[in-house]
Design a protein around this ligand. Sequence first.
Ligand code: PHE
Length: 454
Amino acid sequence: MSAPQREEWNSVLGFILAAAGSAVGLGNIWRFPYIVGKNGGGNFVLLYLLIVFLLGLPVMYLELAAGRKTKRGPVGAIKALAPGSFWKFLGYLAVITGIAILSYYGVVAGWTIYYLFHSIFFGFESGNTSALFNKFTSNGLLQISLLFIFIGITTSVVFFGIKGGIEKISKVLMPLLLILMLGLIIYCFTLPNASKGLEYYFMPRFSEMNTNTFIFALGQAFFSLSLGMGAMMTYGSYLKKSEKLLNAGFVVIIFDTAIAIMAGLIIFPVIGGAPEKASAGLVFVVITDLFTKIPGGQLLAIFFFLLLSIAALTSTISLLEVAASYLIDEHKISRKKATVSIGFITFLVGIPSALSQGATSFFTKFIKIGDKHLSFLDSFDFAFGNISLALGALLLVLFVIFKWKFQNAKIEIFRNQEDKLWLSYILKPLVLFAVPAAICIVLGFIIFTGKTLS
Ligand code: PHE
């Protein structure tokens, strides 16, 4: 079978910026700080870093290698590496997970746009931000419209193709994001309680460490690095054979981790200690309230929400790209038709999530666990943003061990960098033992205790 002409990143920098754009998103700036706050600050950060480098890094390399080797997204890559085998369900799982994550991620991403405009035109009122958030999220029509707008923007970027769309936008947006964050960090460091916030953020308190810390750290690492659903495989498939995958992947991981840590460097000095309410509303309620109390707060809020929407967009682009490239590669559908139809399906799937933050009580109290209710959005995040990603990463590693073979993956990972082959002695035990064992333990724990839902 002759390989059809396939688009490629113009440069390794284009790849790095786009892949980092996928990785850096609401996961880093909205989710990471609030999960740090929920799991005891410094000890979570320490564990998170360990997991990123011991478990996230090997999975990142396997995804990039499988993508570049086959020049295909997840479905095509598995089919090419193991023709006719049952492993192809792994590819389908990736496509479904991508659409599912995008459907609710688009809702939260829509919030960032609303808050951006709100901070520009109205600003925020002290003591009123919680009421504002609740009023806003229970407006069903507004929620659906914002979802539509965000998915629409995402679709139009992917519509114009890998080079024209994603690469161009990432080249401009990612450095802008870095500059914005650095500016905010400098500003936040001057706040009166900054040092108390930093102490909470960096000082491990091991007594507060429990199994949940581990589970959240693992889930957060895959989510943040965009692993376990073929996003990195798809981006790797556009990477030239002549480029150095080992270096590029490492840079992406450093970039993503740095941005997450930087997000904490903004948020914890603002909070000035352990957050009182480390819930999903942290950014939207607590931070906006604090922005009303500090000098220059309105400008800071504008920067903050601009940054958050930019980060969300470069992530939603990659979520859509996985499903779209599946239709393009496997069903020979034109890029335009593929992106518009996946965008539309995602929008429809996202409607219940949009209505689950107060707009309808059915979707808001979708599942009952003990005396707690889980919204449709939270349930979807649990099923796809946690379980499905961990499962996807586990299955990929098992696929490499039993079918593709580590030996073959190794050749692709170290291509053009044979001088670094000695690193494979570290990588191999991680792929063969550490990653599958850790994910099996965590998934087993979640399945048998339902702990992450608490
Ligand atoms: N990594 C993205 C974030 O941190 C989310 C994402 C997950 C994107 C999975 C693609 C795939 O926000």
